[in-house]
Design a protein around this ligand. Structure first.
Ligand SMILES: Nc1nc2c(ncn2[C@@H]2O[C@H](COP(=O)(O)OP(=O)(O)O)[C@@H](O)[C@H]2O)c(=O)[nH]1
Ligand SMILES: [Mg+2]
Length: 990
C-alpha cells in the first residue's frame, strides 16, 4: 500500500440509518469538528470537491487519483509513478458497499491561491446515491446535502447523460411528487430572492466509459458540446423535462461536462486489479491529466461560498450541523424553505460570530496591551468596537429577512455586552495581577536591597556611617532602577504609587541597617578598649618583670620601656588588625600611647626610689666587706710572711671581700660598679699599709738572720780551729805515739772533712734556731752562711795541705837519710861487691840494720812536728824500700854464691869455709857504716875479703831514687789547687 494512502482514510461524517422505513442522518460531529477545527485550516477558506452518482461507477477510484494529485502538490509528473498503486478511498470492485452516507478524506490539503491567499481542499465521497437498493429519497437527500455543502459537485455517470439522470436531481420518487419539483428550484429561488447569487456552485457531469468520442471527443470541450446538446429544450419535450433542464441551468453557477474514456478492461472488469497505473489505458490517463488540474489546481480551484461569500472550514462545520439538523428534524424531506431558513440562520450566526470575533480580536489585543488599560479606556474602546462589530454584522451579506437580522443584532449586542463584562473582569484581574506583580517586584527589590545592605554590613572592615549612607544611596538607586523595569506593566499613577511605597519601605529598612552598623561599631569600639587595657596590662607585667628584681639604671629602664612600648604598640596593631572598625584604631592607639607613657612615668619614679634604697644597701655592704677584709688582713700581720704570700693572701681576701660585697652588689649591677671601684681602691690603700708594715717586719727579721749567720760562722770557725790545732781535749786519744807534739798536729783530709761536716751542721742548727722563724727569708741567709762555711773550710784545707807538704818533705828527707845510713860502711855497704854471705846471714844483717834504721827514723825528733799517721806512712816506705833492696841484693848475691861454689869445686875447698869466704867477700862496701853491729862475725869474714871479692857487679842503690808520696800530693794539689797554692808549694824547702 502507498505510504501516503496509509497515512489517511476516508471517514464517514454523515451516516445514513433507516429505522422503521424512516431515514435518519447522524452527523459524526466530533470527528468532523476534529477535522475542520484544526488550527491550520479552521479559519481558512475551503474548497469542497464532492462526487456523487450511482454505485460502483469509479467515484472512489477517481477520488483516490485526486488524492495522488494533491499529494504531489500539482507536480507535472503526478501520474508518472506507475509502481505506486492507486489507493485511498475504497474503490474495490465489490458488490458490497461501504457505509452509506457522506465520507470525507481525513486530510485537509492546503494550497496557496494565485491571489496569495491560503485555502483548503476537502474531498467528499458519497455512497449509496441512486442505487436501486436504496430509496430514492435517501439518494436525493445525500445528493442534496453533498451539493449544498460542496463548491464543486461531480455527477459521475456511465456512458451517457440520460434523462433519468437529470430527473434524479429532482425526482424524489413517485410518492414524493412535491419534493421532486421543489428542492433545487424552490431553494434556488429563495436564495435568489435573498441575494443575486446562485444557490449552488459548479456542477460537472462526468461521463465515464465514453465511447462516442468520435462524435464528442474526450474531455471538457467535447463534454461541453455534448452537455449543451443535452440541455437544449424544445417544445416537443415534456414539460417536466424542460423544467428540469431550466432549473439545472438556473440553480448552478457553472455547469460543465467531461467525457472520460474507458479505463480498460483491467480497471473495469478484473477483480484482481491492484490499482497499478500500468493497467490503466493511456486515453484514460491522458484525460485524467486534463480533468484533475481542471478541478484542483490553484488557478481552477472553486472555493465554497454561501450568499456569495467564501466560507471557512469552521463555518463549513456550522453548515454541516445546520443542514443535518434540518433533515433530521422533519418527518419527511424538508422543504426548501427550511433549508433556506437554516442557511440564513447559519449565515447570521456566522456574521454575528465574525462580528464577535472581530470585537474579541480587538478587545483581546487591547487587553494584551501593557500596561493594562484603565477601566475608562476599556469602556471607551468597547464602545468603539461595539459599533464596529455591529457595523460589520449589518454590512455582511446574509439571506433571510429583517426579523432574523434584528434577532441576531440583539443577540450580537447581548454577546458584546457579556463580553464587555468579561473583559472588565479580565482587565480587573490583570490589573490585580499587575499590582501583585508590582508588589512582588517591590518586595523582591526590597529584599535584594536588604540582602545587599546585609552583605555590605558583613563587609570587613565595617563601613563608616558615611560609607554606609553612600552604599544605601547606591543600593536604593539600584533597587529603584530594578523596580523601574516594571514601569511599563502599569500605568503611571499605579506605578508611581508603588514606587513611592517602595522608597518609603527602603528608607524604613535602612534605619535598621544603620542601627545594626552602629551596634557593630559600638561592640568593635568596646573590643578596642579592652585591647588597649590588656595591652597596657601586658606592658605593665613586662615592665614589672624588668624592674621587679634588681634596680636597673634609668637608661635600662628607658630602653626596656622603649622595647616593651614598641612591643605593646606592635601587639596592639597585630591584635587589632582584624578589627571590624579600623578607622577607630588610630584614636585607641593614641590613647594606648598616652597610657603607656603614664605607666612609664610611674615606673621611672619607682625605679628612682628603688635606686636610693639600693645605694644605701650597697654602702652598708661595702663597709661590711671592708671591715671583714681588714679583720682578716690584720690577722696576717701577727707573723711575718713573704711579700708574695702577703700579696697572694691579699688577693685571696680581696676576692672574698669582693664576693661578699657582690652578694649585695649583684642585685644592683649598674650601681655596684661605682661602689666596687671604691671598695677596690680602699682595699688597695689598706694593702699598701699592710705591705709597709710587713716590710718593716722583714727588715728586722733580716737583721736577726744576718746576726744568726755571723754567730754560726763564729761557732764553726772556733770549733774548726780547735780541731785543726788539736786543742780540743776530746781529740787527744788520736795522737798515738806522738803525744805532746802540739806543733805536729795535722789532721788528715778526711778528718778535716768530717770536722767540717759536723761543725757545719752545728752552725746551721744555730742558724735555723733563728732562721726557722722566717723560712721565706732564711734560705737566702742560709746560702750566705754556707758560702762563708765553704770559704772557711777551703782556707783550713789549704792550710792543712801546706802543713802536710812541709811535714812530708821533712819525712822524706829523713827516710832518705836513714836509707843512706842503712847502706853505710857500718851497715850494709860491705855486702855490695865485697862480702859474700849466705842467704841467712844476709837476711839477719838486713833485719838488724833495717830495724835499727827504722827505729832511728821513728825515734827521730821530727816526731814533734810530724803526725803519727804520716810517720807511719813513711816508715812503711822506708821498710818497704829496704826490704826491696835486700831482695835485690839477695838475688845478686845468690848469683855470686853460685859462681863461688863453682870455683870452690875447682879448688876443692871445704864447703863450710867456702861459705865463710863468700860471706866475707860481700861485706866491704857496708862495713864502713856498720860499726859495732857487725860484731865478731865480721872479724872472720874480713879475713877472707881480700881473697873473696865479688866477681859480678853489685850496684849500691840510690836513696834519692826512693819513690815518695809527696810527688803525688804535690801533683794532686797542682791539679785542684790555684796559683797561690802552687807558689806556696814552690816556696817550700825540699
Ligand atoms: N467501466 C469502468 N469501470 C471503472 C471505471 N473506474 C473504475 N472502475 C471500476 O469500477 C469498479 C467500482 O469502482 P468504485 O470506485 O468502487 O465505484 P463507486 O461505487 O462508484 O465508488 C472498480 O472495479 C473499478 O476498477 C471506469 O471509468 N469505467
Ligand atoms: Mg465508492
Amino acid at each position: 500500500m502507498d505510504e501516503d494512502a496509509a497515512r489517511g482514510s476516508a471517514i464517514c461524517v454523515v451516516e445514513h440509518n433507516e429505522n422503521e422505513g424512516r431515514d435518519s442522518y447522524l452527523l459524526k460531529e466530533d470527528r468532523l469538528r476534529r477535522l475542520l477545527m484544526q488550527e491550520h485550516c479552521k479559519d481558512k477558506p475551503v474548497a469542497v470537491v464532492s462526487i456523487a452518482g450511482g454505485a460502483r461507477r469509479g467515484k472512489s477510484f477517481l477520488l483516490s487519483l485526486f488524492l495522488r494529485y494533491l499529494r504531489a502538490q500539482g507536480s507535472e509528473d503526478w501520474l508518472d509513478d506507475e509502481d505506486t498503486p492507486i489507493a485511498g478511498f475504497a474503490w474495490k470492485m465489490s458488490s458490497k458497499r461501504v457505509t452509506t452516507g457522506i465520507h470525507i478524506w481525513d486530510e485537509i490539503f492546503t494550497l496557496r491561491l494565485p491571489n496569495g491567499e491560503e485555502a483548503c481542499i476537502l474531498l467528499m465521497d458519497t455512497e449509496g446515491t441512486f442505487d436501486c437498493e436504496e430509496s430514492l429519497a435517501h439518494s436525493v437527500t445525500v445528493f442534496a446535502l453533498s451539493t449544498l455543502l460542496s463548491s464543486v459537485q461531480i455527477y459521475n455517470l456511465k456512458d451517457n447523460i440520460q434523462m433519468d439522470d437529470l430527473l434524479h436531481l429532482q425526482d424524489a420518487g413517485p410518492e414524493n411528487e412535491q419534493f421532486r419539483f421543489q428542492f433545487f428550484t424552490g431553494y434556488g429561488r429563495l436564495c435568489l430572492e435573498a441575494s443575486d447569487d446562485k444557490p449552488f456552485q459548479n456542477f460537472l457531469f462526468l461521463v465515464r466509459d465514453w465511447r462516442n468520442h468520435h462524435e464528442f471527443p474526450y474531455g471538457s470541450e467535447g463534454g461541453q458540446v455534448f452537455l449543451d446538446e443535452k440541455l437544449q429544450t424544445s417544445d416537443r419535450q415534456r414539460e417536466e423535462v424542460k423544467k428540469v433542464k431550466e432549473d439545472i441551468k438556473f440553480c448552478f453557477t457553472k455547469l460543465d461536462c467531461f467525457l472520460m474514456p474507458y479505463p480498460g478492461e483491467k480497471v473495469a472488469g478484473d477483480p484482481q486489479f491492484s490499482g497499478s497505473l500500468s493497467d490503466v489505458q493511456k486515453d484514460f490517463k491522458d484525460q485524467l491529466r486534463q480533468l484533475v488540474p481542471q478541478l484542483l489546481s490553484p488557478e481552477n480551484l472553486v472555493l465554497k461560498t454561501i450568499a456569495g461569500r467564501p466560507i471557512t472550514c469552521k463555518q463549513l462545520f456550522e453548515y454541516f450541523k445546520c443542514y443535518i439538523g434540518v433533515y433530521n428534524n422533519r418527518a419527511e424531506i424538508p422543504e426548501p424553505k427550511s433549508i433556506f431558513e437554516a442557511t440564513a440562520e447559519v449565515q447570521h450566526r456566522n456574521a454575528r460570530d465574525e462580528a464577535v470575533d472581530l470585537y474579541i480580536q480587538k478587545m483581546d489585543r487591547l487587553l494584551a496591551e501593557t500596561p493594562v488599560p484603565t477601566q475608562r479606556r476599556l469602556n471607551q474602546i468597547h464602545a468603539l468596537l461595539r459599533m464596529e462589530a455591529i457595523e460589520k454584522f449589518t454590512s455582511s451579506k446574509k439571506m433571510g429577512g429583517k426579523e432574523i437580522s434584528g434577532k441576531y443584532l440583539l443577540l450580537l449586542d447581548k454577546n458584546l455586552h457579556e463580553l464587555h463584562e468579561r473583559y472588565e473582569i479580565q482587565r480587573d484581574g490583570r490589573e490585580e495581577r499587575t499590582k501583585s506583580e508590582l508588589m512582588e517586584a517591590a518586595t523582591r527589590v526590597l529584599k535584594e536591597y536588604g540582602e545587599d545592605m546585609a552583605e555590605v554590613l558583613r563587609h570587613i572592615p565595617l563601613l563608616t556611617a558615611k560609607e554606609l549612607r553612600d552604599e544605601h544611596e547606591e543600593k536604593k538607586t539600584r533597587a529603584i532602577q530594578n523596580f523601574m523595569v516594571k514601569e511599563e506593566i502599569a500605568d503611571e499613577n499605579l506605578f508611581s504609587r508603588y514606587k513611592q511605597k517602595l522608597e518609603k519601605d527602603i528608607e524604613s529598612q535602612s534605619a535598621l541597617h544603620f542601627t545594626e552598623r552602629q551596634w557593630k561599631e559600638s561592640s568593635a569600639d568596646r573590643e578596642l578598649i579592652n585591647t588597649v587595657q590588656s595591652t597596657v596590662w601586658i606592658y605593665c607585667s613586662q615592665m614589672g618583670n624588668s624592674c621587679g628584681g634588681a634596680v636597673i639604671s634609668a637608661e635600662e629602664l628607658e630602653s626596656e620601656h622603649k622595647k616593651h612600648y614598641e612591643e605593646a604598640l606592635d601587639a596592639f596593631m597585630h591584635r587589632t588588625r582584624n578589627t571590624l572598625c579600623p578607622y577607630l584604631v588610630d584614636d585607641h592607639r593614641d590613647n594606648l600611647m598616652k597610657r603607656l607613657d603614664e605607666q612609664y612615668r610611674k615606673y621611672a619614679e619607682l625605679r628612682e626610689s628603688q635606686e636610693r634604697q639600693a645605694e644605701t644597701e650597697l654602702m652598708n655592704a661595702m663597709e661590711e666587706a671592708m671591715e671583714k677584709y681588714n679583720e682578716m688582713m690584720s690577722k696576717l700581720l701577727v707573723d711575718l710572711m713573704s711579700e708574695e704570700k702577703l700579696n697572694s693572701m691579699h688577693a685571696n681576701y680581696r676576692q672574698q671581700t669582693i664576693e661578699s660585697f657582690q652578694e649585695t652588689g649583684k642585685k644592683y649591677p649598674h650601681l655596684a660598679k661605682k661602689h666596687m671601684d671604691d671598695l677596690e681602691g680602699r682595699m688597695s690603700n689598706e694593702y699598701e699599709r699592710y705591705e709597709a708594715f710587713r716590710n718593716s717586719q722583714e727588715l728586722q727579721a733580716e737583721a736577726a738572720l744576718n746576726d744568726a749567720v755571723k754567730r754560726s760562722v763564729t761557732h764553726y770557725e772556733l770549733e774548726m780551729s780547735c780541731l785543726c790545732d788539736g786543742k780540743d781535749t776530746a781529740d787527744g786519744g788520736r795522737q798515738g805515739g806522738r803525744s805532746g807534739a802540739t806543733d805536729g798536729h795535722l789532721l788528715t783530709d778526711e778528718e778535716l772533712l768530717d770536722g767540717h761536716e759536723k761543725y757545719r751542721k752545728e752552725a746551721l742548727d744555730i742558724f735555723w734556731t733563728t732562721g726557722g722563724q722566717w723560712m721565706h727569708l732564711a734560705e737566702k741567709y742560709k746560702e750566705e752562711l754556707e758560702e762563708c762555711l765553704r770559704k772557711a773550710k777551703y782556707e783550713l784545707e789549704k792550710k792543712r795541705r801546706s802543713k802536710e807538704r812541709r811535714v812530708r818533705s821533712l819525712l822524706e828527707k829523713s827516710v832518705k837519710e836513714n836509707a843512706e845510713d842503712y847502706l853505710g860502711e857500718t851497715r850494709m855497704k860491705k855486702f855490695y861487691g865485697e862480702i859474700v854471705v849466705d842467704e841467712e846471714e844476709l837476711k839477719e844483717n838486713h833485719s838488724e840494720h833495717r830495724d835499727a834504721v827504722v827505729r832511728s827514723f821513728v825515734e827521730d825528733p821530727h816526731g814533734d812536728w810530724a803526725p803519727a799517721w804520716l810517720v807511719e806512712e813513711y816508715r812503711d816506705i822506708l821498710e818497704t824500700t829496704l826490704d826491696a833492696w835486700h831482695r835485690a841484693l839477695e838475688t845478686k848475691m845468690a848469683e855470686e854464691r853460685t859462681n863461688r861454689k863453682q870455683d870452690a869445686d875447682v879448688v876443692g875447698l871445704v864447703a863450710a869455709v867456702g861459705t865463710t869466704v863468700a860471706s866475707a867477700a860481700l861485706g866491704p862496701g857496708v862495713a864502713v857504716g856498720a860499726g859495732a853491729a857487725v860484731g865478731a862475725a865480721g872479724g872472720v869474714i874480713s879475713q877472707l875479703v881480700g881473697n873473696t871479692r865479688w866477681r859480678n857487679a853489685a850496684v849500691l842503690p840510690d836513696p834519692a831514687s826512693i819513690r815518695m808520696p809527696l810527688n803525688w800530693v804535690v801533683g794532686r794539689s797542682t791539679d785542684e789547687g790555684d796559683e797561690s797554692e802552687k807558689n806556696m808549694l814552690e816556696e817550700e824547702p825540699e
